[in-house]
Design a protein around this ligand. Structure first.
Ligand code: GUN
Length: 283
């Protein structure tokens, strides 16, 4: 069997068209949705990410500001900038690109962002809201994964067993909470889980979010399962690859997300959705 692809580029395009419509409607009512992106230091990957986020805002009709600071910026200076943006009515969402330089406490910085503007969904208040089913912001990458499941008719996951591999605060844990909120039975594993294959072979849905190649191989997948690959790694030839052995797993799975062109484009798309949502809550 050859799995069907879940095309993140196509789904992103569709959602971004909806975002542009909502942005235009808000702008017509006098509320142009605005995102502030803060980058501290010169991490090359972060520079690409923030550029893509700002470009996506421009393309969707959102207002955006990119604030770039030297790596020597102090924590107090960064907290002062966040305070100013918290009080800026033109800004509905604030994103501080991670990782931050080592002398800055990223937890303190994230907690300084107003929960009403936490479009990354990393604030304790957003994580707590997700946990108890209250209104907050969903972390963008797992939110994108949920949209991918929805796109293949998997919205209510009652009776489905989902296995998440990876337990980071920005993907694994919120992913597990979102799957649970969609009524799935959820198992959270990590790369060191004893007999990981015994866990994943039970799964109707596997989400791999470890950051290591070949975490999920064909022998670890139930025939027909949905496989979502959150990984972003490089293979021996330097080409982008995920956590899933794509060539092997696509012969067993029912659905699979490719890397690139899968979860990647969805992350920025859901950032736009969260920013629109933040602006709509003010309108
Ligand atoms: N660094 C890597 N991914 C992310 C993300 O989704 N948001 C932020 N703020 N930083 C990141």
């Amino acid at each position: 069997m050859t799995a069907q692809l879940i095309d993140g580029n196509a789904l992103s395009k569709q959602i971004r068209a909806e975002v542009a419509q909502r942005a235009a409607a808000l702008t017509a009512r006098g509320v142009k949705p605005g995102l502030a992106v803060i980058l501290v230091g010169d991490n090359p990957a972060s520079q690409v990410y923030v550029r893509n986020k700002v470009k996506a805002c421009e393309d969707g009709g959102l207002h955006s500001v990119l604030e770039k600071y030297d790596a020597a910026m102090t924590e107090a200076e960064l907290l002062a900038r966040i305070d100013a943006l918290n009080n800026d009515p033109a800004i509905h969402g604030i994103l501080v690109q991670l990782p931050l330089p080592k002398h800055i406490d990223d937890h303190k910085v994230i907690e300084a962002i107003s929960p009403a503007k936490d479009v990354d969904g990393f604030h304790v208040s957003s994580a707590g809201a997700l946990m108890v089913g209250e209104v907050g912001f969903k972390a963008c990458t797992p939110y994108g994964c949920m949209k991918m499941l929805e796109s293949i008719g998997m919205k209510d996951l009652r009776g489905k067993h989902a296995v998440v591999i990876g337990r980071s605060n920005i993907v694994g844990k919120p992913m597990a909470m979102m799957l649970l909120a969609a009524n799935a039975t959820v198992t959270i594993c990590h790369s060191g889980t004893a007999d990981l294959g015994a866990m994943t072979r039970q799964a109707d849905i596997v989400v791999a979010a470890v950051g290591k190649r070949d975490v999920l191989t064909a022998d670890r997948v139930k025939p027909g399962a949905v496989v979502i690959d959150v990984g972003m790694n490089r293979n021996d030839e330097g080409k982008l690859c995920g956590d899933v052995d794509f060539a092997g797993v696509k012969e067993v799975a029912g659905w699979i997300t490719p890397v690139p062109g899968g979860v990647g484009p969805m992350t920025i798309t859901m950032l736009l959705v969260n920013t629109i949502e933040a602006a709509e809550r003010c309108a």
